[in-house]
Design a protein around this ligand. Sequence first.
Ligand code: URA
Length: 184
Amino acid sequence: MSDLDSLATEAAACRACELCLTRNNVVFGAGKQDATMMFVGEGPGRDEDLAGLPFVGRSGKLLEKLIEQETGRDRGQVYITNTVKCRPPNNRNPLPAEIASCERFLTSQVATVNPTVIVTLGAVATQALLGVNEGIGSLRTRVFDFHGCVMVPTYHPAAALRGGTGVLAAMRSDLAKARLLADQ
Ligand code: URA
C-alpha cells in the first residue's frame, strides 16, 4: 500500500469534525502519486460526495478542460484534492475548525506527492493554505511558497461558470504561469 493509500484509508474512517455526520463518501484526492502539479479546491460538492472523487461535477469538467489546454496534462497526470475531504452541507464554505481538522491530510498529501507547483482554486483554499484573509483577486497576482512548493493561486472554476468578467481568461493565464513554473 502506498503512503497515499494508507492516508486515504485513515481519512475514510475520520470522525474529527461534524462533516462526517452528513457525508456519503470521504473525497480524499485523485491522480498521479508523484505529479509535478497539484490542484487544491475548497471541498467536495454533491457530485463529488456521491462519487468519492474530487472535481467530477460541472466545475470539475471545466477544470479538466483548462488543465488540458493550459498545462498540457490530463487529469491523470496531476493530483487533485481539496482543503476539506467531506462535503459541507448545502455546499456552504468549510468552517475554520473543519479546515483545521483536515489540515494534516492535506499537509501529508503535499509531502508525499511533493509537486513542483500547487495551484489553489479560489479564495477559501488559498486563504486556508496561506493563513491570510486577502481577496483572491490580489492573491492570484503573486506566487507563494507552501512547504517548499511554488503555490500559484487562481480563481475557483465555479466563479468562471458564474461568468465573472475576465475570470476564465485570468484562470487560463494563471494555469499557463503554473505550467511554466512546473516545467522549468
Ligand atoms: N468544488 C471544489 O472546491 N471541490 C470539488 O471537488 C468540487 C467542487
